[in-house]
Design a binder for this molecule. Structure first.
Ligand code: NAG
Ligand code: NAG
Ligand code: NAG
Length: 506
């Protein structure tokens, strides 16, 4: 596939076991399936517990830009991009951005979604030591770029993979954040890894402080700091639109296609050549001999591209009652599209998580599929849902609502802002522009971009400053809360296991 070709050979080869496979793994699968288990009172009550701990009166506000101006309702300031001048790709502008005038005056913005609390956890390794310039420079070998924000201006030094759209769209996303909240993103210096797999292996840092590296996913053996992936701003090679546009389209499509009128199967479509789990899943497809209630399709992206992406419109892939999610070589960007379908997701167990993942509750937002007999587990899930419509629809709605409400772009930006603010508090030095870095601005990224890339850049560009306060960051989880979450997970798995066992009797 085009994207593959583009990425191949861009791996770092640093020989230190950084298994970066330049693969774009993650593809969008589309998939499907289903069902339920909602209304679990256990889940409910622990959610209530969390609610009470949010928003403590002393919640700390980011307070760098200090103006104490009382704010009368400020008008959003338009953000414009012009590629007309011949020097348009040079970032010549502006003085320091105007700080939003009411930053420190409001302590009562609504709390951010629960999953924001993991920000504290992701940064825990540097809590006592802080982050020095040396630590950042030592993280060089894991990074595709280094990014510095200084007085509201953004500088980047790209190490490799310069033309991968994931680099471009990740940088674009950060730039949108800076423009959206003028004067609000603190001075900082960070290393970012744009590859598929996380880089910072915990076993290499048993007794030393790990290098701080930002990345899109991690697992329990890696310590990369989670950051939203590029697909929120678009993925032109496979025609995935910016998330804001897609969410809206999906909402409309979901309303048109009632759950009850959907095909009563579990659907998955994607690139099967992305890891063993996907390959295994192919075995669950319907054949003349058996029907596990799964409908599995292989996506050939090359073919799709030729046909103008007619069969991969994500907003139109919600016509089955259940979706299947399966990871790729690491996390899969497909997850959010699959789970926003209003159809319950049969979620094949995965070690990989992305930033929002930690807000999803098994048994409430999705049906966990574990163990070796996945085809049978899928069949049990579909049969159950088809016999319990209310539960199935409640689960489909819970996950759609989660993405529509808690992972909408406003919160994606707020997550980035809070994460970067907390990160910057740990810095033990004053950032400066690295030797070979260049300044980034809208013009320098967008003006010379190829047409298909430019289209998504413009579509995902923030058109005005955001004048409301960001949500307020809730405190870290307590040990007790973490334990409750573990129990919740175990309980959901147990409930599913019981159903599977019962089904086995027949
Ligand atoms: C860290 O600990 C693990 C398990 O105890 C061990 O296998 C590994 O070699 C250690 N790594 C280092 C760098 O000491
Ligand atoms: C799964 O089965 C359907 C129906 O027979 C078929 O159209 C489809 O191509 C199969 N999928 C794969 C990946 O072979
Ligand atoms: C900056 O670029 C020059 C020339 O390519 C190179 O020699 C130097 O090592 C670079 N410095 C840094 C800090 O990367």
């Amino acid at each position: 596939m085009a994207m593959r070709a583009q990425l191949e050979g861009k791996g770092k080869g640093n020989g230190k076991g950084f298994p970066i496979r330049a693969v774009i793994g993650l593809f969008v699968a589309l998939s499907v399936l289903a069902f339920f288990l909602s209304n679990n009172t256990f889940f409910r009550s622990s959610e209530q517990v969390y609610q009470q701990t949010i928003n403590p009166p002393n919640a700390k506000r980011p307070d760098r830009q200090t103006s104490n101006l009382q704010h009368s309702k400020t008008q959003p300031i338009p953000i414009t991009l012009s590629c007309e001048s011949p020097t348009a790709t040079v970032c010549e502008r502006r003085s320091t951005p105007m700080p939003t005038p009411h930053l420190t005056t409001s302590y009562n913005s609504p709390s951010c979604p629960e999953y924001f609390r993991w920000i504290h956890d992701d940064l825990r390794h540097w809590k006592s030591t802080g982050i020095t310039r040396e630590m950042i420079e030592n993280a060089h070998e894991y990074a595709t770029f280094r990014l510095v924000v200084l007085d509201g201006r953004v500088y980047v030094q790209e190490y490799y993979g310069k033309f991968m759209t994931r680099n471009v769209f990740s940088l674009w996303g950060i730039l949108q954040l800076v423009n959206r909240y003028p004067g609000r993103v603190p001075d900082l210096d960070l290393m970012f890894n744009c590859m598929d797999q996380p880089a910072v292996k915990s076993f290499e840092y048993n007794s030393s402080t790990p290098p701080p590296v930002f990345h899109y996913c991690n697992n329990d053996k890696t310590w990369d700091i989670l950051f939203p992936d590029w697909s929120f701003w678009g993925w032109p090679e496979i025609n995935i639109k910016p998330w804001a546009s897609l969410l809206k389209e999906m909402k409309e499509a979901n309303e048109e296609m009632k759950w009850i009128d959907r095909e009563p199967y579990a659907f998955w479509r994607g690139n099967p050549h992305m890891g063993g789990n996907r390959f295994d899943l192919l075995k669950c497809n319907v054949t003349n001999e058996h029907d596990w209630n799964a409908r599995i399709y292989a996506q050939d992206w090359k073919q799709e591209e030729k046909q103008g992406f007619r069969h991969s419109d994500l907003a139109r892939q919600c016509d089955n009652r259940y979706r299947i999610y399966v990871d790729g070589l690491a996390w899969s960007v497909s997850q959010k599209y699959i789970m926003a379908c209003n159809s319950p997701t049969l979620f094949l167990d995965t070690p990989w998580i992305e930033f929002f993942q930690r807000g999803l509750v098994p048994g409430h937002h999705y049906w966990p599929i574990r163990g070796n007999n996945k085809c049978r587990a899928i069949k049990v899930a579909v049969d159950f849902g088809n016999g319990h419509h209310a539960e199935a629809q409640a689960m489909g709605k819970a996950s759609s609502d989660f993405f529509q409400e808690e992972v909408k772009m406003d919160f994606v930006y707020d997550y980035m802002l809070h994460l970067l603010t907390e990160y910057a508090k740990l810095l033990r030095f004053k950032p400066s522009v690295p030797e070979n870095a260049t300044e980034l601005c809208l013009e320098s990224i967008a003006c010379r971009a190829p047409t298909n890339v430019k289209k998504f850049l413009l579509e995902s560009m923030e058109k005005t400053t955001h004048e409301a306060e960001p949500c307020s960051l809730p405190p870290p989880f307590t040990t007790e809360e973490l334990q409750q979450m573990q129990e919740r997970k175990a309980n959901a798995a147990k409930e599913v296991a019981v159903l599977e066992e019962e089904a086995n009797k027949f």
